[in-house]
Design a protein around this ligand. Structure first.
Ligand code: IMP
Ligand code: MG
Length: 174
């Protein structure tokens, strides 16, 4: 049985989201940015972030699938839903919940840069840096977290736990 243990509280997350939003507001004011969220995990972060930014932004989503039903990834990245907005000459900011091995965002950044946006940056709330397999530059990062499987604030295990307001570690109980 896995029992969730809170790692980062909803209050700590809200404070960090506000800080990131202040920085992003300064950098993107007047640039009509396009925020592209990676479904499904980033939907909670992105909805809090755009409201905290409180400047005109457009939003779109892509869906990339890498993880199966469990904690282990298949290693293959698949584009399940493409971006619907033309991104050429737009200031694009990719919003991701968590960077683990880096494979998912690397795939997406390569894919998007091919379409010649005016700028392309990455904002991630959680960074599991110790697990990185490919180097990806994270322009805006919330928390660096330890190498553990986390759930809540949009993050799931087998589609469960996304609704939980805090970020928790699932501890393996024998
Ligand atoms: P990467 O390609 O290994 O960087 O995997 C990134 C994706 O894996 C994220 O978008 C998440 O969907 C998922 N993921 C990685 N670590 C976790 C975790 O601890 N909890 C839930 N999902 C995770
Ligand atoms: Mg996910």
């Amino acid at each position: 049985m896995d029992k969730p243990k809170v790692l980062i509280t909803r209050e700590e997350i809200a404070k960090k989201v506000a800080e990131l939003a202040t920085e992003l507001r300064k950098d993107y004011l007047g640039k009509d940015p396009l925020l592209i969220g990676i479904l499904k995990g980033s939907f909670v972060f992105m909805s809090d972030l755009v409201r905290a930014m409180n400047i005109p932004v457009e939003i779109d989503f892509v869906r990339l699938a890498s993880y199966g039903a469990g904690k282990e990834s298949s290693g293959k990245i698949k584009l399940v839903k493409d971006v619907e907005t033309p991104i050429k000459d737009r200031h694009v900011l990719v919003i991701e919940d968590i960077i683990d091995r880096g494979l998912t965002v690397q795939f997406l950044l390569d894919y998007l840069s091919f379409r010649k946006p005016a700028s392309l940056k990455l904002c991630a709330l959680f960074d599991k840096r110790a697990r990185r397999r490919v180097e990806v530059p994270i322009d805006y990062v919330g928390f660096t977290i330890p190498d553990a499987f986390v759930i809540g604030y949009g993050l799931d295990l087998g589609e469960k736990f996304r609704y939980l307001p805090d970020l928790s570690i699932l501890e393996d109980k024998d």
